[in-house]
Design a protein around this ligand. Structure first.
Ligand code: UGA
Length: 441
């Protein structure tokens, strides 16, 4: 079976490569000439563990084809997955212009070939999008029958674990309008034995936003409790453990820290909040989830002040710029807020990251002007007055802290991800603080 994928961004590329690896012939449309050239040379345009190998293999075996032309793809593929971006507008709502222009081109192609096609929306889109695509497809058919039917199939891929998440999903959500589309999607996903939830498109679209917003709510909730722990001398790690054994709560996403970032949670929360408010539903709970999260970097700086007293004139080594480990993604990373707050306190910042430095410099040029970057982690410690660990990279968890201490001006560590061993840090003579616990003096 031939499958079309429109958009070779994060979701599109992973989806295309994994479908090809399952044995489908996958035709990917990418309009960006630079990206297209790279992909045709079997070079991944994103960092995702294991992706380059699968990309290379499936291109070589002829199952993965990249092009900038939608029409031949629509001609050959019964199902076309829409994986274009839906970035945030300033008011939090999602920008649907890429969805609209792709729809227009697909409709024009089907009007030409006069054959029915299934358009499957994988991009994260607000509720009502499938219905809206259906309406505009009729509009763009110039009075002729629209040959497209829409289905919704939200993705639940995590950066850094996307291939495994695709191949071993916990569930597949499919919003369909007819037995015809259900049949096609059943064929495509026949090799997966996880629960498949067939529903209407509105429900499928909400499942995606409601899932991400719920996970983000868990994080802000535990961060709120962590703030209390710091005031009363309780231990958030034990609280997460104690809560997590209750299977109704679950232990995942209860790690307190500097907060969530990335291209999904912050954007999806804003969009879901916007949707709720626009329908006059009280979604203010999500406003709190966002504001608690936005306050996290400041909380960390306040904690560092408790340790160092004066930040002005101090050199702070920041470990980690990406929003989480195993990715080069720095979108909405909490590192930005932290670094800006440190600089406004008069501190100087030296930063390191295994993969994220280049993206950070490109995405935040103004903030980057105030930072000295070091690709070699050892160099970042040189004469620093304190370390703030922002991203829980394996490399940082495995540092030889005795040697690190010898390089510092002051032995002060703020572990903003609670990923270091407190006893070890104490044994090595650090003034060590993590999140949701009193500072160990
Ligand atoms: C998230 C969801 O987990 C995926 O299911 C979803 O498909 C994806 O968004 C998406 O919508 O495309 P992702 O953004 O890759 O995936 O990253 P997560 O692993 O969910 O982490 C998000 C943020 O939460 C990170 O900054 C992470 O450090 C933070 N986090 C996570 C915490 O602060 N505490 C936790 O306990 C867990």
């Amino acid at each position: 079976m031939n499958i079309g994928v429109i958009g070779a961004g994060y979701v599109g590329l992973v989806t295309a490569v994994c479908f090809a690896d399952l044995g489908f012939k996958v035709h990917v449309v990418e309009k960006d000439a630079v990206k297209l050239k790279k992909l045709n040379e079997a070079q991944s345009t994103i960092y995702e563990p294991g992706l380059t190998e699968l990309l290379d293999l499936n291109i070589k075996q002829g199952r993965l084809i990249f092009t900038d032309q939608i029409k031949p793809v629509v001609e050959q593929c019964e199902a076309v997955f829409l994986c274009v971006g839906t970035p945030s507008f300033i008011d939090g709502s999602a920008d649907m212009s890429q969805i609209e222009s792709a729809t227009k081109e697909i409709v024009e192609s089907t009007t030409f070939i006069k054959q029915k096609r299934l358009v499957v929306v994988k991009s994260t889109v607000p509720v009502g999008t499938a219905e809206w695509i259906d309406k505009i497809s009729k509009l763009y058919s110039n009075g002729e029958t629209s040959y497209i039917e829409i289905a919704s199939n939200p993705e639940f891929l995590r950066e850094g674990a996307a291939i495994r998440d695709f191949k071993e999903p916990e569930r597949i959500v499919l919003g369909v309008a007819s037995e015809w589309s259900k049949g096609i999607l059943n064929r495509i996903y026949s090799s997966f034995d996880c629960p498949k939830i067939f529903t209407d498109s509105n429900t499928a679209e909400i499942i995606k936003y409601a899932s991400n917003s719920f996970l983000a709510t868990k994080i802000s909730y535990i961060n709120m409790v962590a703030n209390l722990c710091e005031k009363v001398g309780a231990d958030i790690s034990k609280i997460s453990e104690g809560m997590g054994y209750d299977i109704r709560i679950g232990r995942d996403f209860l790690n307190a820290g500097i907060g969530f970032g990335g291209s999904c949670f912050p954007k999806d929360l804003r969009a879901f909040l916007h949707t709720g408010m626009s329908k006059n539903v009280d979604f203010s709970l999500l406003e709190k989830v966002i504001s608690i999260n936005e306050d996290r970097p400041t909380q960390m700086v306040n904690k560092l002040k408790e340790m160092l007293w004066v930040l002005s004139g101090k050199k702070i080594a920041v470990l980690g710029l990406t929003f989480k480990p195993n990715t080069d993604d720095v979108r909405e990373t909490p590192a930005v807020g932290l670094i800006e707050a440190l600089v406004s306190e008069g501190a100087t910042v030296a930063a390191t990251d295994p993969l994220g430095i280049d993206n950070f410099v490109n995405m935040y040029p103004e903030t980057a002007k105030n930072i000295t970057f070091h690709h070699n982690v050892e160099e970042v410690f040189n004469e620093s007055h304190a370390i703030v660990l922002v991203t829980d990279w394996k490399e940082y968890k495995e540092l030889d802290w005795k040697s690190v201490k010898a390089l510092l001006k002051l032995p002060v560590v703020l572990d903003a991800r609670n990923c270091l061993d407190t006893d070890l840090m104490m044994e090595n003579g650090f003034l060590y603080a993590c999140v949701g616990r009193e500072i160990n003096k």
